[in-house]
Design a binder for this molecule. Structure first.
Ligand SMILES: *Cc1c(COP(=O)(O)O)cnc(C)c1O
Length: 377
């Protein structure tokens, strides 16, 4: 028998989440963001379920090649654009649209030998201060691009730093609008948080989402809440697209004063029973999720005990006398009986975010593609 850990991918949840996002941004076309191997889910595992999107947005030419090989003929956008001239040749070959965020990328385009002009997304830095032209440089960059025979249509994009928090998107949306008001082209603005928090069905329409021809959604497609703490996935109507499950492979009876795991960080305050689970940080379960992180054992709430080690972790079985060796352990997502452990709750206990957990799923974890959602959810 293989080691019992498995990551289950639920295409039905991906389809559902896509529909939720569409309903919140009904007038925009939607990029399914599948960078980082579809946030750890596997591009090949999410492709058909997300093929109802208008395009796929990602970073690596290799991932773009994969999406084309799966049969996608629609738009693909490189979110960081070209890194070297050769990348533009791949863009021509694979028919990729690409972001232009700096002068060096315009220089590359000017040097690119092609008969087929390329669609570009001119990125404006409206306050995130990662990539993009400063607002006052927008017009000059657009003018330079527009003069190049290598360039076809120019779209305009920016990225919000605070769509998920109290600062919101209004100031950045305004800076973008001011910088681009008299420039033609499609607009491409919002991420998951902007769509869910400021889109059509936003629960807290603090600042309404600016008109956008395209939105770029990632985390919410996979069922992560972009603003966990203020909201959660269930509240946002999202379903978990990944369940990480394993089993109890041993149990231990602890006496008062017994310790658990490396560093003996957990000390039993009374006699108790624990289960040892085949899941550790080499599977992508964060080491920061020591004592107290929520887990489900046979669908019942429990918690981790002690430090997470490379291949194992311990869970509390004190209140679960019926669960022993072979018990199902859900690290995040749905238990087979239908109970949900939101990945956001696990991430929060470990001091991180759902994005990081999903992306860190290790290659050694067997993936069950096309896993049905449990019936009794
Ligand atoms: C990753 C990314 C997104 C998607 O963000 P989510 O919060 O996952 O929806 C959108 N735009 C850009 C530029 C990105 O890099």
């Amino acid at each position: 028998m293989p080691r019992p850990i498995q990551a289950l991918i639920h295409p039905e949840a991906l389809r559902h989440n896509l529909a939720v996002l569409r309903a919140s941004a009904p007038d925009a076309r939607l990029w399914a963001v599948v960078k980082a191997n579809a946030y750890g889910h596997g591009i090949e595992h999410v492709f058909s379920a997300l093929a109802g999107a208008d395009g796929f947005a990602l970073l690596d030419i290799e991932e773009a090649r994969q999406v084309r090989a799966l049969g996608w003929r629609g738009p693909i956008l490189l979110l960081e654009g070209a890194f070297e001239l050769r990348d533009l040749e791949a863009c021509s070959r694979l028919d990729l649209w690409h972001t232009v965020h700096c002068e060096a990328q315009i220089d590359m385009l000017a040097a690119h030998k092609t008969h087929v002009p390329q669609r570009v997304f001119l990125k404006i830095n409206s306050g995130m201060n990662r990539l993009g032209f400063a607002p006052h440089q927008a017009r000059a960059a657009w003018t330079r691009l527009n003069a190049l025979p290598q360039v076809d249509e120019i779209s305009l994009m920016t990225h919000f730093s605070d769509a998920d928090g109290p600062i919101g998107i209004a100031a950045q949306a305004q800076a973008f609008e001011a910088a681009t008001a008299d420039l033609p082209g499609e607009r491409c603005l919002s991420n998951s948080a902007a769509v869910l928090r400021h889109g059509l069905h936003a629960q807290q329409t603090a600042q309404s989402m600016p008109a956008s021809d395209w939105v770029r959604t990632g985390i919410a497609l996979y069922g992560g809440a972009p603003d966990f703490g203020q909201s959660d996935a269930v509240h946002a109507g999202l379903q978990a697209a990944m369940s990480l499950r394993s089993q109890v492979i041993a149990t231990q009876q602890l006496e008062t004063g017994s310790t658990v795991g490396y560093g003996s960080t957990f000390v039993a305050q009374q006699p108790m029973r624990i289960g040892i689970v085949a899941c550790g940080y080499a599977d992508g379960y964060p080491r920061s999720c020591g004592t107290g992180t929520p887990v489900l054992v046979d669908g019942q709430p429990s918690r981790t005990i002690g430090r997470v080690s490379m291949d194992m972790l311990a869970v509390d079985l004190s209140d679960l006398p019926a669960s022993g060796q072979g018990a199902e352990v859900t690290l995040w997502g749905y238990a087979s009986g239908g109970a949900l452990l939101p990945i956001d709750a696990v991430a929060q206990a470990g001091g991180t975010i759902a994005y990081e957990l999903m992306c860190a799923l290790a290659g050694r974890v067997p993936v069950v593609a096309d896993a049905a959602l449990p019936q009794a959810r």
